[in-house]
Design a protein around this ligand. Structure first.
Ligand code: RIB
Ligand code: CA
Length: 312
């Protein structure tokens, strides 16, 4: 039974690997479309990069839509310092020839959820949650039609990566995150607490390179570029592959572990703006609303990723 999904994304090297993993798994995942959002780099680049990745995977059949170019109510914050000026620095990849699909990403999300059977489509946000929140604002009826949201974002024990308190995707648009976390939609969250356990060690990156084809080389070169920021900052032995955790969860939920708890978003304090306040010890009495992951079997994760990338 293939799972129908929409990937909402701000590529970003790790987004690119997540998209490749999904497109390499057509027997398990039916990517109905990819919606680009401003995040790591501005929208013109994220919507271009998403198409570059589809072409790299030989999947120009997948429609790519451009979405929101700024957060709901704040100035865009980008992360070129991590992802490079293009957002996909590392490999030299050709400009896309496939055009953007006509129409706005938010309308595509709404129309798809209204046209597909209720509860049959999973949303997979890999960047700031602006498109998803905008869709929920514009069409509140779709909340009851979403099968599940599996997103990369947030942090608790691992604390923030863009401020001391906040993870980038949530920090860029905390008001959007608040709408999503309060939507009542089934929510599975891949925070830094779990993604920082999925590190691309040199050995694992060599396995990508050893795939010996364009995709393997491109992923290894993306990682070579992307990892320098995290290795320098954390002294870690490789880059955390944040976004692919979302797609890997769809394929192998059993390799992830977490807790169903209450998670709320800080939107008022400048000091902790965008913090995901995860009630891990259930002390608040607030209603649980999200499965918040904090562990993954990293070897199983990379075996899955490498095996699937080999198929492209
Ligand atoms: O904090 C990590 C997240 O921010 C990842 O999704 C990465 O692509 C960036 O968007
Ligand atoms: Ca991302």
């Amino acid at each position: 039974m293939t799972r129908k999904i929409i990937i909402d994304t701000d590529p970003g090297q790790d987004d690119a690997v997540a998209i490749l993993l999904a497109l390499a798994s057509p027997d398990d995942i039916d990517v109905l479309g990819i919606t680009a959002v401003a995040g790591n780099v501005p929208l013109p680049l994220t919507s271009k990069n998403a198409r570059i990745v589809c072409e790299l995977a030989g999947r120009t059949d997948v429609p790519v839509y451009a979405g929101c170019d700024a957060p709901l109510s704040r100035k865009l914050v980008t992360a070129e310092h991590v992802h490079g000026k293009t957002g996909l620095d590392g490999p030299v990849l050709p400009d896309p020839t496939m055009p953007l699909a006509p129409g706005h990403a938010v309308d595509f999300i709404i129309d798809t959820l209204r046209n597909q059977d209720p509860g049959s489509v999973t949303l997979c946000p890999l960047g700031p949650l602006t498109n998803i929140a905008r869709a929920l604002q514009q069409a509140p009826d779709i909340a009851g039609r979403v099968q599940e949201i599996v997103l990369m974002g947030g942090a608790y024990f691992e604390v923030g990566n863009i401020t001391p308190a906040a993870e980038f995707n949530i920090y860029v648009d905390p008001e959007a995150a608040e709408i999503v976390f309060k939507s009542g939609i089934k929510l599975t969250v891949m925070p830094l607490d779990v993604t920082h356990r999925a590190l691309v060690t040199p050995h694992r990156n060599d396995a990508f390179r050893a795939l010996g084809h364009g995709v393997g080389h491109a992923v290894a070169e993306m990682t070579d570029f992307f990892e320098r920021f995290d290795k320098e900052k954390y002294g870690s032995e490789g880059a955390p592959l944040h976004d692919p955790c979302v797609i890997a969860y769809l394929l192998r939920p059993d390799i992830f572990h977490g807790r169903f708890i209450n998670v709320e978003i800080e939107t008022g304090s400048d000091l902790t703006l965008g913090m995901t306040v995860a009630d891990w010890w259930r002390v608040s009495g607030r209603t649980p609303n999200a499965t918040f992951m904090n562990d993954v079997d990293a070897d199983a994760f990379f075996d899955l990723l490498t095996e699937r990338l080999a198929r492209l």
